[in-house]
Design a protein around this ligand. Structure first.
Ligand code: FBP
Length: 548
C-alpha cells in the first residue's frame, strides 16, 4: 500500500490516554440510573440492564490478572473520523488485560455478525490503520440488528469464534440496537457482553455523561476549512452568494459549530426554525432580507449555511414527513408498484387534506425526494434533499419581486455546495485520535470488568488528556419511547441543538453583526504537528458547553 508522507508520519503518533487507564485500574460505582423519560416502559423492556450504576475507572495500586478473552467489534452506520483509533485502543486494551486475547472484526457492519463475515484483527493489521480516517479496516453498514432470529444467528457465530464480548461502534440507532442485544443475551444467559461506543459526525449522541460523539471534531474542522476557503474566494470575487448545505441529519450541531468557526453571513438553525414555527417562506424571507441589506451597502456576495435536516423542522413539513413515514411504512409494496409519473398524484390522494396541500405545493424534485426509500432505521434520507438549491431558488424569486416593488437594488447570483462525505473519513484531529483511542481502551476495561449494556464514556475532554475521566454509562439511561415505522419503540434520545445552550446563545449574540459586516474567519486545514493552540483545540461547541 503506497502511503502519503503525512500518513507515514502520523502512524507514529501515540494517542494520549486518561491517567487512570495508564496502569492498574479499579472500578468505582456511581449512582444507580434511570432512563431520561418513560421509565416504566423502558424498565419493563430491559429488566436485566435497567438501573445499573454509572461507572468510573480510577487508578489502582495492584494490577489484576485477567483471563484471555475473544472480542468482536462492529463499525455501524456512517463513517466518522477516528473509528480506526477506537479499534486500536480496544486492541491495545485487550492485550494489556491479557496478551493472549483476540480481536475479531465483523465485516461491513452489523450484517457481518449475522452472516458470519469476519476477520481476525492482528497487531500488524491494526498497526496499518492507527490514526487514519475511514472505516475501511473492516468496513461499515447500516443493517439494523433487531430481530431474535438475527440475535440467535449472531450468537451462533460468536460461539464458533469463542467470542464473549462484542463492541458496537455506532450512533444513537446502533447503540439502541446494542442495548437491545445486550438485554437479549443477558436474558438468555448466553454469557456475551455488549458494549457501545458513541460515534457520529452529527454530534447528536451526547448527554450529561457523553460529552460528544467522536468524529464531530474532525468533520467540523474539515467543513470549516473549506467554508473558510469559499469565504475568501467569495470576498475576493464579490459576485456570488454561496449556499452551503452541511450534513448532520436532523440536528444542526455541525452547521452551528461551523458558523462559530467561520462567522458566515447567515446560518439557519433547524431547531430555532421549529421553535419559532417558521414556514418555508419565513426562512426564505429571513435570508432574502440579509441579502438585500448587504446589497444596500454594495456587497452582492455572502455565505449561507444550511443544516441538511432543515426541511424536517419546518412544522408543516414535519407533519407531512411524519404522515409520509407512517404511510410508506405500511404501503411500501403498493407504492413501489405505482408508476413514477403517477406517484405524486397517488401520494396527494392518500394524505390528510392539510398534508396533501403542503405536498402538492412542493417543487417536483423535493416532493420526489421525500418519498425516496427510508434508511433501515426509518429516517428520511435528508442528505438527498437539495435544500440549498430550493432555498436559493426561492430567495431569487423573492428578490426579483422586491426589485419590482423597489425594495431591493442589487445583483443576486448563487453557487451551491453540499459538504458531508468530504469530512467523514478525514484523518482524525489530535482530539479525535486521542478521544477515540481512549473510548476503545475504556471499552476493553468495561469488558475486563464483566460489564454489559454500557456505553464507553470519556469526559472532561476540554482539559488535557491526563485529566480525562473514563468510565461507562448504562445505555438504558439514555433511552425514551419514540414512534418509529409507525410503532412506539425504545430508542436513545437524540440530542438536538438547545436554544438555551451556550453555543447557540453565542451564535445568536453575534449573527446580526456577521450578516452585515464581512467578518469571515479562515480556520485553515487541520494541523497534526505544531503548537498545541493550533493542533489540540476542541470544537467551539464543546468549549462553550463545558465552560460552566
Ligand atoms: P450516522 O448517524 O450513522 O453516524 O451517519 C451520519 C451521516 O453522515 C448523516 O450526517 C447523513 O445524513 C447520513 O449519515 C448519510 O448516510 P449515507 O452514508 O448512508 O449516505
Amino acid at each position: 500500500m503506497t502511503k502519503s508522507a503525512l500518513q507515514i508520519a502520523r502512524s507514529a503518533y501515540q494517542p494520549k490516554l486518561p491517567k487512570a487507564l495508564r496502569g492498574a485500574v479499579k472500578v468505582e460505582n456511581g449512582k444507580t440510573t434511570e432512563s431520561v423519560a418513560d421509565q416504566e416502559a423502558i424498565k419493563e423492556l430491559f429488566p436485566n440492564t435497567y438501573g445499573m450504576p454509572l461507572i468510573k475507572f480510577v487508578e489502582a495500586n495492584e494490577k489484576q490478572s485477567f483471563p484471555a478473552i475473544n472480542v468482536g467489534v462492529i463499525l455501524s452506520g456512517g463513517q466518522a473520523p477516528g473509528g480506526h483509533n477506537v479499534i486500536s485502543g480496544l486492541f491495545d486494551g485487550l492485550k494489556a488485560l491479557n496478551s493472549d486475547s483476540k480481536l475479531y472484526g465483523f465485516i461491513l457492519g452489523p450484517g457481518g455478525l449475522v452472516d458470519n463475515n469476519y476477520m481476525e484483527l492482528t497487531g500488524s493489521i491494526v498497526d496499518e490503520y492507527r490514526n487514519t480516517g475511514g472505516f475501511d479496516i473492516i468496513g461499515s453498514g447500516r443493517t439494523k440488528l433487531e430481530t431474535p432470529e438475527q440475535f440467535e444467528k449472531g450468537y451462533e457465530n460468536l460461539k464458533k469464534l469463542g467470542i464473549s464480548a462484542l463492541v458496537i461502534i455506532g450512533g444513537d440507532d446502533s447503540n439502541t440496537n446494542a442495548c437491545v442485544l445486550a438485554e437479549y443475551y443477558a436474558a438468555k444467559k448466553y454469557g456475551v457482553q455488549v458494549i457501545g461506543c458513541p460515534k457520529t459526525i452529527d454530534g447528536d449522541l451526547k448527554n450529561e455523561m457523553i460529552e460528544t460523539s467522536f468524529g464531530f471534531d474532525t468533520a467540523c474542522k474539515v467543513y470549516s476549512e473549506v467554508i473558510g476557503n469559499i469565504q475568501r474566494d467569495c470576498n475576493s470575487a464579490r459576485k456570488y452568494w454561496h449556499f452551503i448545505k452541511l450534513m448532520g441529519r436532523s440536528a444542526s450541531h455541525i452547521a452551528l459549530e461551523c458558523a462559530l468557526q467561520v462567522q458566515p453571513n447567515v446560518c439557519i438553525i433547524s431547531e430555532e426554525v421549529e421553535a419559532k414555527a417558521m414556514s418555508l417562506d419565513d426562512v426564505v424571507t429571513y435570508i432574502a432580507e440579509k441579502v438585500a441589506a448587504r446589497a444596500a451597502v454594495g456587497n452582492n456576495f455572502g455565505t449561507v449555511l444550511i443544516p441538511e435536516g432543515l426541511i424536517e423542522f419546518i412544522p408543516a413539513m414535519k407533519s407531512l414527513i411524519e404522515e409520509l413515514n407512517d404511510f410508506l411504512a405500511h404501503h411500501a409494496v403498493e407504492f413501489s408498484q405505482i408508476k413514477k409519473s403517477r406517484q405524486r398524484d397517488y401520494i396527494i390522494s392518500k394524505l390528510s387534506k392539510e398534508n396533501s396541500d403542503v405536498y402538492a405545493s412542493l417543487p417536483e424534485g423535493v416532493a420526489r425526494q421525500l418519498t425516496l426509500d427510508r434508511d433501515p432505521h426509518g429516517n428520511v434520507q435528508v442528505s438527498l434533499i437539495e435544500t440549498e438549491k430550493l432555498l436559493s431558488d426561492m430567495v431569487a424569486v423573492k428578490l426579483a419581486q422586491w426589485k419590482e416593488e423597489g425594495k431591493y437594488v442589487g445583483k443576486f447570483a448563487s453557487q451551491h455546495h453540499f459538504f458531508g462525505y468530504e469530512g467523514r473519513c478525514a484523518a482524525p484531529s489530535n482530539y479525535d485520535a486521542d478521544y477515540c483511542y481512549s473510548l476503545g481502551f475504556t471499552a476493553s476495561t468495561l469488558i475486563g470488568n464483566g460489564k454489559t449494556g454500557y456505553m464507553s464514556s470519556v469526559r472532561n475532554t476540554t482539559a488535557p488528556a491526563e485529566q480525562w475521566i473514563a468510565g461507562g454509562v448504562p445505555i438504558t439511561m439514555m433511552m425514551n419511547m419514540e414512534r418509529r415505522h409507525g410503532e412506539m419503540k425504545p430508542v436513545i434520545q437524540k440530542a438536538l441543538v438547545r436554544l438555551d445552550g451556550a453555543p447557540f446563545k453565542e451564535f445568536a449574540s453575534k449573527r446580526d453583526t456577521w450578516a452585515i459586516e464581512t467578518d469571515y474567519v479562515y480556520p485553515g486545514p487541520i494541523q497534526y504537528f505544531g503548537p498545541t493552540e493550533v493542533c489540540d483545540q476542541p470544537t467551539k461547541t464543546l468549549q462553550l458547553e463545558q465552560a460552566k
